[in-house]
Design a protein around this ligand. Sequence first.
Ligand SMILES: *Cc1c(COP(=O)(O)O)cnc(C)c1O
Length: 486
Amino acid sequence: MATALRPPRLPVPEQASSLHRLPKHRVAVTGRRSFAARAGSYPGNVGVPKQWYNLIADLPVKPPPMLHPGTHQPLNPSDLAPLFPDELIRQELTEERFIDIPDEVRDVYELWRPTPLIRAKRLEKLLGTPAKIYYKYEGTSPAGSHKGNTAVPQAWYNAAAGVKNVVTETGAGQWGSALSFASTLFGLNCEVWQVRASYDQKPYRRLMMETWGAKVHPSPSDVTEAGRRLLAADPSSPGSLGMAISEAVEVAATNADTKYCLGSVLNHVLLHQTVIGEECLEQLAAIGDTPDVVIGCTGGGSNFGGLAFPFMREKLAGRMNPQFKAVEPAACPTLTKGVYAYDYGDTAGLTPLMKMHTLGHDFVPDPIHAGGLRYHGMAPLISHVYELGFMEAMSIQQTECFEAALQFARTEGIIPAPEPTHAIAAAIREALECKRTGEEKVILIAMCGHGHFDLAAYDRYLRGDMIDLSHSAEKLKESLGAIPKV
Ligand SMILES: *Cc1c(COP(=O)(O)O)cnc(C)c1O
């Protein structure tokens, strides 16, 4: 009798065998062709999307244009030519609905895509909630976050245009490492300005970038005009994303063979990140669920937009009706406490003016652990969608986020990066509200990266040394006063 109960042995490849034992509702998918080809019957087993989705095509009101920083007139595509290759400029400005993903890019995506969509049933059980919680996990990319989704196409379009060097900034180090990885695949030299505080606190992120062949400078640095000016004003400056952007943009603008890459904020970055949402739509459809709430953290808005925009398209078409919730840190509350105005993307005022929610381009947030959320502005497209009333925003203090992170790590196993702990904390609030009301909502979390290089932050929290930091009203008033009058 006992042998009759044994399940039949399936002829499966080694790497797939453990996945076969997963309970049905736990959706595990893999981008490896050898497995995907044989596992077609598994729910949620989707391929890598063939196109990115541009939400602008479906918006009833189009977002306002970028302005030239000198003339305050709408930007010409040619104004961006010193910084970006033509195809990325086209993608930045287009209203086309779908953009084909080049084969070379999909081929690299397949190293880690499709990423898993996982039901957090152990977290649900811990919370005792009737809600279903899913998370779309982007931490399986080589650099450990969603940033690779745009680093790869940005490196590819630059290499295809004959560019030799790319330069960029990095805050927490995730973007710099993703671009370093992508650059080495396409034979580009990569130089990164890493925010000083992060350069000092996160040597392993720097070493990761160097391992992939990049050159890393602490920012402010003495190798650029903007950096030297900042150092003269404050030799011990901890740096900020806005400062590091000024340095990288200056180098790109003054060297013909060098272009600039940005890891968030711009339309083409959010566009590339929609692979997350497109995959997730298919994965949820295969399970037969639709989300009631989509939650993501917002620094510049790219992981949130990347997951949310394809679902927003479905909502605009009347096919589903989820709420969208962006979560930001209380120390850098761009959407909830900023103003909607034209402002620079960097500290020195070298970038085009973008209409966005901003705390002022010289706002320097307190050094919270979620370095990727310490940006003074917000993607113009997210800001516009927020103004249209298509999404909500909230801010959460970091100790609540780390409490949520421990609950997540101790049930789901994955140690989240400090940034998505904001989304997890908000999802836990939502799930506990469902427990109170008895609602069986489907909650979808953008789990955009792992925290393996952020364990110092966990150390702080576990020792009880982490404190909550709110923005100072005085500092905010000052930086809001410095927003250009347009
Ligand atoms: C960069 C980063 C962020 C913040 O950027 P968004 O553009 O808002 O996504 C959040 N989480 C992780 C893991 C990051 O690497």
